[in-house]
Write a protein that binds this ligand. Structure first.
Ligand code: CTP
Ligand code: CA
Length: 228
């Protein structure tokens, strides 16, 4: 008997995971997006489900299939992701792995913008998107008892991630270096720091699948499961 498939420490818990990029429309054929593949968030959703949690995965556009045992809600924009997250509450656990676009275009149009040789290139007017992680982390009756954020950084990863944890009000931050050359965004491996109220843990480079399993086990321990 494979012990790990029988170990269901998260039975009865609801976990909400966000994953992937968001696409912010400019016109019917163009959008603002980013390099997130969704791989890390999908792997976390699958790992939490494997440990017995009921999992709702709210995902921006990706090429990935719904992981086994996970309820997938597909969205396109940050505003749609915010609404789908709200609809999925309450949850015991929230993991925000999505690379939510920080801005959306206010002057998006429903007809394709045509270029013309004499006209100036179009200007995009941007406004900030709502911060889904910060909203989930705010005190209130629906605050999940564990909220985990990610921090995508290219410089001063540790200092920026520690500051980000404070600013967002989340419990843990998984910080990764997404500099060119680390091959994290879109790649299959990740090297992270886990930042909790107890301090900073440096995790070795591993596949996104292994990282997801390790994070899920860590979450299970936070909910009272004994260490494997
Ligand atoms: N996040 C979110 N909603 C947003 C922006 C970010 O939920 N509108 C979440 C991400 O899912 C991630 C965390 O916040 O868990 C950090 O995202 P990141 O882009 O690293 O941080 P920002 O606060 O957006 O700051 P910056 O991009 O300037 O570093
Ligand atoms: Ca951001």
């Amino acid at each position: 008997v494979d012990g790990t498939t029988l170990w269901k420490p998260l039975l009865g818990r609801h976990a909400l995971v966000t994953a992937g990029p968001t696409h912010e429309p400019i016109d019917p054929v163009r959008y603002l997006g980013n390099r997130s593949s969704g791989l890390q968030g999908y792997a976390i959703a699958e790992a939490l489900a494997a440990l017995g949690a009921r999992v709702t995965l709210v995902s921006g556009p990706t090429n990935l299939l719904a992981p086994a045992g996970v309820t997938l809600r597909r969205v396109e924009t940050a505003l749609e992701m915010e609404q789908a997250v709200r609809d999925a509450l309450p949850a015991d656990i929230a993991v925000c792995a999505a690379a939510v676009a920080d801005w959306r275009v206010t002057n998006a149009v429903t007809s394709k913008i045509k270029k013309s040789a004499d006209a100036m290139p179009p200007s995009l007017h941007l406004v900030p998107n709502p911060d889904i992680l910060a909203a989930l982390s705010a005190p209130g009756p629906h605050r999940p008892s564990l909220v985990v954020g990610f921090a995508a950084e290219t410089d001063d990863v540790e200092a920026n991630a520690i500051a980000k944890r404070k600013r967002k009000g989340c419990d843990w931050i998984v910080a990764n270096d997404v500099s060119v050359g680390t091959n994290v965004m879109g790649g299959t491996e990740n090297t992270v720091l886990l930042i909790t109220s107890d301090g900073v843990e440096h995790w070795p480079r591993m596949t996104k699948t292994d990282l997801a399993l390790r994070l899920a086990r860590r979450i299970a321990r936070r909910f009272g499961a004994p260490a494997l």
